[in-house]
Write a protein that binds this ligand. Structure first.
Ligand SMILES: Cc1cc2nc3c(=O)[nH]c(=O)nc-3n(C[C@H](O)[C@H](O)[C@H](O)COP(=O)(O)O)c2cc1C
Length: 145
């Protein structure tokens, strides 16, 4: 099984979550900035996890571009999950759900509930316990593989 975690991150917090997820997969996963993504990366990927900070109620422009570039069948046969990072606010929005929908539209099979990880302020740091919560989420995903 090869799991690929694609993330965008302005201040490093989403990268920290992506790396914690990667570590939870015990050497079977790779985390990569969306800026370094190449289409061939998906060729031997069985599980794709995509994460983005919420920026103005949406995924970042880079993640949106990445998702738009996936054609209607690119995710066929690939299991998928999505997360975002956000501040604690009643009007945070939900980027993870938007990501999951697009992954599904490209033929991906969503295998876990989307999740949002909290940061304390725009630049972080991550709220206490969020790295552990990421590991728990990774375990749930692993149990569905
Ligand atoms: C321009 C901008 C817009 C943002 N919009 C939202 C938002 O709509 N909802 C939210 O919960 N957080 C918002 N945030 C906070 C980000 O979610 C936070 O900066 C991000 O999770 C940090 O992750 P990163 O270090 O990976 O960039 C915004 C931050 C910036 C800089």
């Amino acid at each position: 099984m090869k799991a690929l975690i694609i993330y965008d991150s302005n201040f490093g917090n989403t990268k920290k979550i992506a790396d914690a997820l990667k570590d939870a997969f015990d050497g079977n996963a790779m985390s990569k900035s969306v800026n370094d993504f190449k289409s061939e990366d998906l060729n031997d990927t069985k599980l794709l996890i995509v994460g983005s900070p919420i920026n103005a109620w949406r995924p970042t422009k880079n993640i949106t571009k990445f998702l738009t570039q996936l054609d209607a069948t690119r995710m066929k046969g690939i299991k998928a999950a999505a997360f975002d990072t956000r501040v604690r606010s009643l009007i945070s929005g939900n980027a993870a759900k938007k990501i999951a929908k697009q992954l599904q539209n490209s033929g991906g099979e969503i295998i876990a509930e989307t999740i949002g990880f909290f940061v304390n302020g725009n630049e972080g740091p991550l709220a206490e316990g969020e790295l552990e919560r990421a590991k728990e989420w990774a375990k749930k995903i692993q149990s569905k593989l």
